[in-house]
Structure formats: C-alpha cells, structure tokens
Design a protein around this ligand. Structure first.
Ligand SMILES: [Zn+2]
Length: 146
C-alpha cells in the first residue's frame, strides 16, 4: 500500500496559495471544491464530489464543481482514472505515478505503489513515441473456497 507519509496533501488553509501557485484564481467556490478534493487521498466521481461539497456548501452549483474539477485536472492537481468497462471516471487526489487495486465487490479503489513506468519498457512502442503515463488497475474479488 502507499506510504502516506511520503505524500503531501494540503491543509484547508494552504488551498488558496496552492491554487494561486498553479495559476488558478482562488474564488470562494473553487477553494471549497479544492478543500473537499485535494486535502486527503481519495478517488471520487464528479457526482460524489458534488454531493460532498453540496452537503457543506449548498450554494455551490453542480456545474461549478464539474468545471472546477477540469481546471484542477488541467493544472495537474488531480489525476483522472477511467475504468475500462462502464467508463466510470474517477478523480484521484494523488497525482504521483501509482497503480490501483479495484475491489469488484465493494467498488473500492485503492492506491498501490508500483513502478508502473517500468512495465512500459516491455511494450514495443513506435520509434518516435515516448511514454507519458501508464494506467494499471488490478481487479480483485474474494477467493471462493471449495
Ligand atoms: Zn489513486
């Protein structure tokens, strides 16, 4: 599992300056979305994030949450993980290169530290191509006995 001590998640107070450092003007609504999304390790759908923000700040519109998420993705503050079947899109507050374990029974996504970039060395790439990312999701379920 990921050693959380090596990852830095901002505190609520640090959010406005973090956004400014990434060229994002820290409006009150963006700060609220960021505080819900960026301050801890998590994988959420846009809708789950909206529900969490809405529970604390009902004035923040769904469209604002969605738009703010894409601003964060473009700024490299959030990574995107699309599940191959069904196409569910998860937003990940961990942007370092890591792999995932997906529990098919609980629907939970867990981070795993893995040198996923080294896996790409075994893939024959076109001569003019370089690897920009590797998405690895290991799907699991409970073993059946007998
Ligand atoms: Zn993750």
């Amino acid at each position: 599992m990921v050693d959380e001590t090596t990852k830095n998640f901002p505190t609520n107070k640090e959010i406005p300056s973090l956004l400014r450092n990434r060229g994002i003007f820290p409006t009150r609504q963006r700060v609220r979305v960021a505080q819900e999304m960026l301050c801890r390790p998590q994988h959420v759908t846009a809708d789950q994030l909206f529900m969490a923000v809405n529970a604390k700040h009902p004035a923040v519109a769904r469209a604002t949450v969605y738009n703010t998420l894409s601003i964060f993705v473009n700024a490299g503050l959030v990574s995107v993980l699309t599940m191959p079947d069904g196409g569910t899109v998860y937003y990940d507050s961990s942007v370092h290169h890591h792999a995932h374990i997906f529990d098919e029974e609980s629907g939970e996504l867990m981070d795993v530290d893995a040198d996923v970039f080294s896996l790409a060395q075994h893939v024959a790439l076109p001569d003019d191509a370089e690897v920009t990312g590797v998405d690895l999701v290991v799907r699991v379920r409970r073993k059946t006995t007998g």
